[in-house]
Design a protein around this ligand. Sequence first.
Ligand code: ACO
Length: 319
Amino acid sequence: MMYSKVIGTGSYLPEKVLTNHDLENMVDTSDSWIRSRTGIEQRHIAADNEMASDLALNACRKAMKAADVSADEINLIIVATTTPDMTFPSTACILQYKLGIKDCPAFDVQAVCSGFIYALATADMFIRAGRCRTALVVGTEIYSRILDWTDRSTCVLFGDGAGAMLITQSDQPGILSNHLHADGSYYNTLSLSGNICSGKIKGNPYVSMEGNTVFKFAVKVMEEIVHETVAENNLQISDIDWLIPHQANIRIIQSTAKKLGIPMEKVVTTIDKHGNTSAASIPLALDLALRDGRIRPGQHVLLEGVGGGFTWGAVLIRW
Ligand code: ACO
């Protein structure tokens, strides 16, 4: 039996920090409203000359260093992003070039805030199928470019950043299971409908969402997917040592943990410092918890995401 094993992670946050107090000078909002409704205190904002592939490149270099893997050992690149450098080619191809990798499959996946889970599940299945030895999986986002900075209901929620993970073939898990879902009937609930059409942008070029619907749906599926994952692995909820959920809103995370009976001490959160970095949020949180020594060998780490589509999913890892 072939499994995937995590051999390194890395992350990157742009230098510029935008605090809630900074936002008070931009829209009709307050630090206390943002903190109490979302848990966010600040977020990072990419520089004008930074693209999603640049954020990814910084995160990947750290993951490669942690794993002691050179560029020529990587034989698959999957990038999860909602904010690609270009409409085409894929950000994965641009990243491959910037990393100096000559030839390997490279492609993007688009599952919005569940993107990293979709990308990791896909890479895991490539490895299990014996079609790849070492895969680089990345979530990278520059949401600051797709936000309407006059719309207080969305612009306070998101931030920029990237996280990367290297996985390789192993005869021991590793990744125990992956679980993916989507329900396209919600496609209009959280979207950026604008696209390029005959040389013009057709539709809304900014993120729009029905916040309350997203909130309720997220809490529901974030609970369900954990039950599905532990059941498939004949585990109990109490066997999860670390829950690393997508960081959309501290209240979604707290409600999910409460319904599952998981104490917040076992939940990794970064929403206060990063905001919602969409596909980058899970690998950013994972990298933080690994580097500060919270995650230790033998522990069960459950990654779970939910995002536009709606999409949702989970990956269970025995560290
Ligand atoms: N500052 C001050 N007031 C605000 C702001 C703001 N930034 N944004 C909205 N308000 C106002 C509204 O206008 C409204 O005013 P009104 O009562 O006079 O009409 C009031 O606050 C309450 O608005 P609600 O939308 O009901 O506030 P709610 O408590 O639902 O919180 C929020 C809104 C934070 C967006 C919440 O619905 C939420 O977290 N939803 C989940 C959405 C999410 O996390 N999206 C991220 C992307 S999706 C994902 O990652 C899965």
